[in-house]
Design a protein around this ligand. Sequence first.
Ligand code: SF4
Length: 141
Amino acid sequence: MSYIDWYEKHAVKHKKIIDKLTAQGYGKEQIIEYFEYENMAKNEKEFCPLYERGDKCHDTDYLNCYFCACPHFRFKDDGVEKIGSKTKYSFCSIESKNGAEGVYGDAIHQDCSKCLVPHTKKYVTKNFDLSWKKVMSDCQL
Ligand code: SF4
């Protein structure tokens, strides 16, 4: 699946949940808590394939899925830049110290598996917006 396919599909899934919760009168705090991994894995199985397997994308006790993937992620499906014979397709706009470059054959993709920046309650609270697409609007280059 290309980045943009994932991005568009994820936006629809996120909005569907937000529409459901706001129709039920959920406020910001309740929505943020609803998006905590344990609740999402129990009540929103379609949102992420990891839920079914009981896996987490990050090795951490607290994981909030509201800003999955991440507002700082940048991607371009036809390549950000050529580096020798390889093509870079994504990177981190804040150069997180816990981010890394993953090299897969001729492709380089940002590896966020050790970075928790968008998954903490503090970050989600500070950057909260009901529109996932608005917060993620800079991700596609
Ligand atoms: S943050 Fe991790 S567990 Fe949560 S939806 Fe995204 S990939 Fe799945």
